[in-house]
Write a protein that binds this ligand. Structure first.
Ligand SMILES: [Zn+2]
Length: 399
């Protein structure tokens, strides 16, 4: 270690234990921090990987963020270890320039074994995960090698302030879909979020979910991760942006010959995926809401995700089918005008696509919406220019 360099981050080989509720935990002691653990119910214990690939994937970003070399106890698949040292770090640093290049080592590096037959997909009840389900489970022409065999819902930090209670509520609400499809519905719990101090969820989402996929490497040979947009919108995010946008580029690098991680659904736009829910048998389970209140029984119908989905259906003349089972009309109508202003002022590709869809369908945005959007855009432009000027001034003072 060079003088002044941060101490390496060292994780011991994972071992298994049962927690108080009988769940099986894969635990790695981490030097100077809380142990990192993931858990599944006892019935899914056989899916747990005997390797430590999930630990390596889970801790790469925290190690880079804090400039610490990473040593992983146990066996890590050799090709993954290579990618974790090279291309994956280049990709991460293209999004997070302040993260540092580090060395990743393991007790043992071995070639991948034969791929297991399981095919798992994340299932949150959102538009994208339902689209993946339609494409790889409900469609009649899915080849056996690609057909979903398991659903999974991960607790890797996505549930914000709602925490474990919100996660449990969401999982219970979706369990009937898995039961009807006859698919096992795995719940991967973890304390992963604890190991990402001051690291935003969307800035790190790909690696959090990829770690959970590798945890299940004892039974899964393929893992689907619903993409956030269509191929036309696949791109590297801006610095410190949503790393999930680069999923199509990241997941192949996180794969091994025994476990293929795939970004799915980019063949269809967000609008096409939303409209595909019309008449879909499981559409009543749609949960797009970002409201973290675990007591909410349905989508709040006023957060930005609810608004985007409802407006898409509204423009297409299909909203009625989803009211009141999935959405409520009143909160939506109350906010619609303000939301349209934000939408027309946005540079986000999915927002631009929705505006184009509205225009193509002859949607009436409302007389005041366009001028208000233009004013908002000008205001944001002014703020951005002022921010740049302030940063330049500061840089001059320090140079
Ligand atoms: Zn909502």
């Amino acid at each position: 270690m060079s003088p002044g360099a941060a101490a390496p981050l060292i994780a011991a080989p994972p071992y298994r234990e049962r927690d108080q509720s009988g769940r099986v935990r894969s635990v790695s002691e981490v030097d100077g921090a809380a142990p990192l653990w993931f858990s599944v119910t006892q019935e899914h214990e056989d899916l747990l990987s005997p390797r430590a690939d999930h630990v390596a994937v889970a801790l790469l970003l925290p190690a880079m963020r804090y400039g610490r070399d990473l040593h992983v106890g146990g066996t890590v698949t050799d090709s993954l270890l290579h990618r974790l040292n090279h291309d994956l770090q280049s990709l991460v640093r293209a999004v997070h320039p302040e993260y540092r290049a580090i060395a990743v080592t393991a007790d043992d590096a071995l070639p991948a074994g034969p791929p297991p037959h399981g095919v798992v997909t994340g299932f949150s009840g959102g538009v994208d995960s339902l689209a993946t389900l339609m494409e790889y489970s409900l469609a009649a022409d899915v080849p056996a090698a690609l057909r979903v065999t398991h659903l999974v819902n991960n607790n890797v930090g996505a549930h914000g302030d709602g925490g474990d209670a919100l996660w449990a509520t969401r999982w219970r609400a979706l369990a009937p879909v898995a039961a009807e499809l006859g698919l096992p519905f795995i719940r991967v719990d973890s304390n992963l979020d604890l190991h990402y101090p001051q690291m935003g969820f969307m800035e790190t989402v790909t690696f959090r979910n990829a770690a959970a996929a590798h945890l299940l490497g004892g039974g899964m040979g393929r893992s689907y991760h619903a993409s956030e947009g269509t191929y036309r919108n696949v791109r590297m995010p801006p610095p410190r942006g949503d790393i999930g946008l680069a999923g199509a580029m990241t997941f192949p690098l996180l794969s091994t010959p025994a476990l293929i991680l795939e970004s799915t659904g980019s063949g269809r736009s967000r609008i096409e995926r939303t409209l595909a829910l019309v008449g879909m048998p499981y559409a009543q389970y749609l949960d797009v809401c970002v409201d973290a209140d675990p007591r909410r029984a349905t989508n709040c119908s006023r957060c930005w995700k609810c608004m985007r989905t409802m407006l898409t259906l509204d423009i297409a003349g299909e909203l009625e089918e989803f009211v009141p089972a999935v959405f409520r009309r009143e909160p939506y109508l109350e906010r619609r005008s303000d939301y349209c202003v934000e939408l027309l002022a946005s540079d986000e590709p999915n927002d631009i696509e929705l505006v184009e869809f509205g225009d193509a369908m002859g949607w009436h945005w409302g007389v005041s919406v366009r001028p208000r959007a233009a004013a908002l855009r000008a205001l944001r432009g002014g703020r951005a220019a002022a921010g740049t000027a302030r940063r330049r001034l500061r840089a001059r003072r320090w140079s």
